[in-house]
Design a protein around this ligand. Structure first.
Ligand SMILES: Cc1cc2nc3c(=O)[nH]c(=O)nc-3n(C[C@H](O)[C@H](O)[C@H](O)COP(=O)(O)O)c2cc1C
Length: 222
């Protein structure tokens, strides 16, 4: 039998974990708008105190059809899509720019929930990226200049030397956004909400974008 441990997240955590598993998810009663349904689940994850609730796995594909995944943080979302920030010269960015597509997934263990998002990707506007960059701690702003993300470097000293040079260069001045750093928006055409249920008879509710507008909502087998 599963050992039930009440961790520091306390009663609310335990209640949610089992309440949602009993309640399940129904294609007839989910929000007709997948972004609002996402918003509800995201709020549940925050309320439950899930560490790194905004961490999501981003999968991209190379021109040869070779997939790769890594974790990034969801920084903004609305009815247009899901935004994360990164280095535009990184491996993920090259793959996104080449294929135009990406997939995201969340796993919120404390809620027995998984979310899968797929769609086309676009870069966010420069203004939006500037605003987000300026909202970051100074250390992160400097780090974005210092790190040639995904490129081979000789050793750690190389990175630390570069970080020091950048620090001296900007001194006490405002740190502008590096031109090769910004955001991507994943614009979903398919979102799947997965809720664990008893006996592996999980609920899987899919929203699939209809060309003419709106979403087809249906259930798939676990
Ligand atoms: C919890 C967590 C959050 C992360 N958030 C970001 C992020 O928001 N943006 C980013 O570029 N990398 C982030 N990373 C690092 C990436 O996982 C990855 O190492 C990096 O982006 C380089 O990936 P690439 O070489 O495939 O482009 C995060 C890693 C972890 C573990």
């Amino acid at each position: 039998m599963e050992e039930i441990k009440v961790n520091k997240r306390g009663f609310f955590w335990l209640f949610n974990k089992y309440w949602f598993t009993i309640k399940g998810l129904n294609e007839k009663t989910v929000n007709p708008d997948p972004f609002l349904q996402f918003d509800q689940w995201f709020k549940d994850a925050i309320k439950t105190g899930i560490p790194f609730h905004e961490a999501m796995t981003l999968s991209t594909i190379s021109p040869e059809g070779r997939p790769s995944s890594r974790v990034v943080l969801l920084k903004e979302f609305d009815g247009n899509g899901f935004v994360f920030y990164t280095n535009y010269d990184s491996r993920k960015s090259k793959e996104i720019d080449q294929s135009g597509f990406a997939a995201l997934s969340f796993f919120w263990a404390d809620l027995n929930r998984q979310l899968r998002i797929e769609g086309m990707v676009e870069r966010v506007l420069e203004d939006q990226a500037d605003r987000y960059h300026q909202s970051r701690p100074r250390g992160s702003q400097l780090g974005a200049w210092a790190s040639p993300q995904s490129q081979e470097i000789p050793d750690r000293e190389y990175l630390e030397k570069k970080a020091n040079e950048i620090k001296l260069k900007f001194n006490n001045n405002k740190v502008p956004r590096p031109p090769n750093w910004g955001g991507y928006r994943v614009i979903p055409d398919r979102i799947e909400f997965w809720q664990a249920r008893a006996d592996r008879l999980h609920d899987r509710i899919v929203y699939s974008k209809i060309k003419e507008g709106g979403w087809k909502i249906f259930r798939i087998a676990p």
